[in-house]
Design a protein around this ligand. Structure first.
Ligand SMILES: O=C(O)CCC(=O)C(=O)O
Length: 382
């Protein structure tokens, strides 16, 4: 990764993706120049986690968290073969007949298959569900264990080994690697706030974590008609670590405009969720984003949602509260926050929400007040 014009490698802290620059086009890096020349100056910085100067990395991370809540993690330490194996297996999973996938339908813990259009991330703007299908796999919690009494906790709905023998090993390997990266990022986030590196660890022992393979259909999005790959939303939790197949489509709402996040091969797109925004009293941003499909081809992506444990109390950190900036939100718990926010987006999960009695669903907060092509982004109210 040292050839990347990285935000953390000292010197050029403006290394970013998402804007206009030679070598980038609407679909991302066009391959015409070495990567060192490809990082255009704009919205989503590249942060090289392998850079030796940790203080510079932490400073770049803090800036990204305040500016956009998005960054591209390079030098992240997740072996590429683990990522490749997971993408191979998820392609096979989605290629199964619908009949087989429906046998893995999401259960009362919201684990399992969510069919095409089951989720509507922005019900106020969308005229139909997201043009995507997905699966939720959480941290495996054995049936009958005390933790399994919690909403969203329990055994996963794995594809039958007879159909896909390689899936579970690939997903578990990916889950382990993504969790390691998540813990590492927590440490850097704590440092960026002037806290002890281990500050957040107590809330993530163990984490709630969900791996969500997604497949977007080839249908083109039509924002004017309320049709999206994924409607505008913020993520509910702490941190999302996203891998994609390199297809464009992800857009972030910044400065009143939708900004394309070009694919960054070998890297993860990371973004902060509502819980970190609450912990930091709005200093760090949980930013609206969406998927607008334009390629006419299917698209695969793999978000990993890394969240505090169910009973973790989320309230403004003393370092982020001043007389001029009083706490914006009352304390909540990670579980209550998730369940409160889940109800609106997943048609399938509400039917199975008896366990909590609270309703539930997905992992994100819908956009509501955003508008297309200027003005009115939720971030403008910050
Ligand atoms: O598929 C993507 O690129 C983004 C997915 C996403 O925003 C989400 O699942 O929260």
């Amino acid at each position: 990764m040292d050839q990347l014009n990285s935000a953390s490698s000292g010197g050029d802290l403006a290394a970013t993706v998402g804007g206009d620059a030679a070598g980038w086009d609407a679909a991302g890096w066009d391959g015409t120049r070495p990567q060192a020349f490809q990082m255009p100056p704009a919205a989503v910085p590249v942060i090289d986690l392998s850079a030796p100067d940790e203080a510079a990395t932490v400073a770049a991370l803090g800036r990204a968290c305040r500016d956009s809540g998005f960054f591209i993690a390079a030098g992240h330490g997740v072996p590429q073969p683990v990522v490749d194996a997971m993408f191979d297996q998820m392609r096979r999973l989605f290629a199964l007949p619908l009949e087989d996938k429906m046998k893995m339908l999401q259960d009362e813990n919201n684990r399992g298959y969510t069919p095409m259009a089951e989720e509507t991330l922005d019900p106020e703007r969308q005229t139909r569900g997201d043009t995507k299908e997905g699966f939720y796999f959480g941290r495996e919690v054995p049936a009958g264990s005390p933790e399994a009494d919690l909403p969203l906790h329990g055994p996963n709905v794995w594809p039958p080994p007879a159909l896909l023998p390689g899936f579970r090993p690939a997903a578990e390997a990916y889950f382990r690697e993504a969790s390691t990266l998540g813990h590492r990022l927590l440490r850097l986030l704590a440092l960026s706030l002037g806290l002890e590196p281990a500050h957040f660890d107590r809330y993530f022992d163990p984490p709630m974590a969900f791996l969500r393979p997604l497949r977007y259909g080839p249908e083109a999005s039509s924002p004017g008609e309320g049709v999206f790959g994924a409607g505008a939303h913020t993520d509910y939790g702490m941190l999302t670590i996203l891998a994609t197949d390199g297809s464009p489509g992800l857009q972030v709402r910044l400065g009143g405009a939708w900004v394309e996040v070009p694919p960054a091969p070998g890297c993860f797109v990371c973004n902060l969720g509502d819980m970190l925004e609450r912990w930091t009293n709005g200093l760090y941003r949980s930013t609206l984003h969406r998927v607008v499909s334009t390629s006419g081809k299917e698209r695969f992506s793999l978000p990993f949602f890394f969240e505090p444990n169910f009973s973790a109390v989320v309230e403004a950190l003393p370092c982020c509260v001043t007389p001029d900036r009083p706490a914006r939100h009352p304390p909540t718990t990670a579980g209550a926050h998730l369940l409160e926010k889940y109800a609106a987006t997943h048609a399938g999960y509400q039917q199975g929400a008896e366990k909590s009695g609270a309703g539930a669903g997905g992992g994100r907060e819908n956009g509501g007040d955003q508008s297309d092509g200027g003005g009115g982004g939720a971030e403008e109210g910050r």
